[in-house]
Ligand binder design. Sequence first.
Ligand SMILES: C[S@@+](CC[C@H](N)C(=O)[O-])C[C@H]1O[C@@H](n2cnc3c(N)ncnc32)[C@H](O)[C@@H]1O
Length: 417
Amino acid sequence: MFARAAAGLYKATMDDSGKKRGGALNRRIRQHAAGKPHRFFAVAQPGFEEIARDELRGAGVAEEFSLVEGGLEFEARLDGCYRANLCSRALTRVLMRLDRFSAARFERLTAKAADFPWELYLNGSDPLAINVSCSRSRLYHTGRIEEEMRRAIGERLAACGIEPPAVEGDGSATPQTVYARFENDVCVTSLDSSGAPLYRRGYKTHITSAPLRETIAAALLHASGLERCTTLIDPMCGSGTFSMEAAHIWSGRLAGDGRAFAFERWPAFRPAAFAHLKKTLSTKYSSAGDDTERRLFCADIDPEAVKTARANMKNAGLDDAVIPVQEDFFAAAPDIPLGEGTLLVLNPPYGARIPHGNIASFYRRIGATVRERYASCAYCVIVPGFEVEKALSLSWDKKIIFMNGGIRVAAIIKQAP
Ligand SMILES: C[S@@+](CC[C@H](N)C(=O)[O-])C[C@H]1O[C@@H](n2cnc3c(N)ncnc32)[C@H](O)[C@@H]1O
């Protein structure tokens, strides 16, 4: 089956000289991969889909989005995919939809995989990872599915004169990842455009034991109204995620400024056009800021956490702007004016590492401190469960429930006016 499909393709492309064949392939890449819109699925942590949609609209990715739990679909050209990866602070990754077909038997799967023009999307020189998931489908042996797809892709590329990609894991390069998702005997294939998850911004090299993902921190800051605030108080900073995200949002730094993406290895990728897009977006975002003077207070009771946060600030180029200090949240409020333009963010320990006393009394104390000292401020407090939320006893405008480190938590938010 593969041999037939591959031989046909080989003939079609070998009619010309080797050079011309390359030209023909380039033309097809320009026409089909670069020149046409594609469907994309942007993965977002459940609870943050609407925030991600607003970000993508603001970045000029698309106008129409379909939201589902855990992400959003949109149609765009490659430019839209690059924008989503560069600008979104809330997304985890962006997948390009490739194909959708029914396949209840291996013969059908291999025929469809051999028919797909992988040469337009994969360059062959990077290792290839194939990520398979199956639910309610007659094909359920993920290892065999991966094997069949890898063979079909390799033969298809070889027929185009492209070396078949190595299996992931030799460590030489970041792999390209194809996702094959089977549900009710229908297979959807997608190509990952992001590479490392988008919460890896490229600067948090040091972590404390329960760090918050950058994507969650940014989404919560946005939901709390950070853009309308002039002061951020981050008194249980851990590795400093809230503070770093806030400083970068305020300065208009692109989320993806300091990292690479899988799409940079796609055959349709044009480095000069991408550099121009990145520059245009950097200018747009950084000039959206104003001259307002902003303050950021970042502290933790644990000297190790303070050290970690300082190291991260340095990596993020923020060591002049933010100097984490060692302080107990309950001891005193920071010595800066607090009021309507102030946002307090708290991701307290969830249980195991709470010093002296039980979790309810710890959160009760946090709630009392917030009411007493931060009554006029906006706040975002992350709580692990409803009982703890009752103990905290803070009013809210918005509550976002999400999973953090395998624990179901809620962000209790009083939004900035
Ligand atoms: C869940 S971690 C915060 C993680 C952080 N958001 C991050 O991204 O790394 C909770 C932090 O609260 C700090 N903490 C606990 N009690 C504190 C207190 N009374 N004052 C200040 N910090 C405290 C802990 O040392 C720990 O670093």
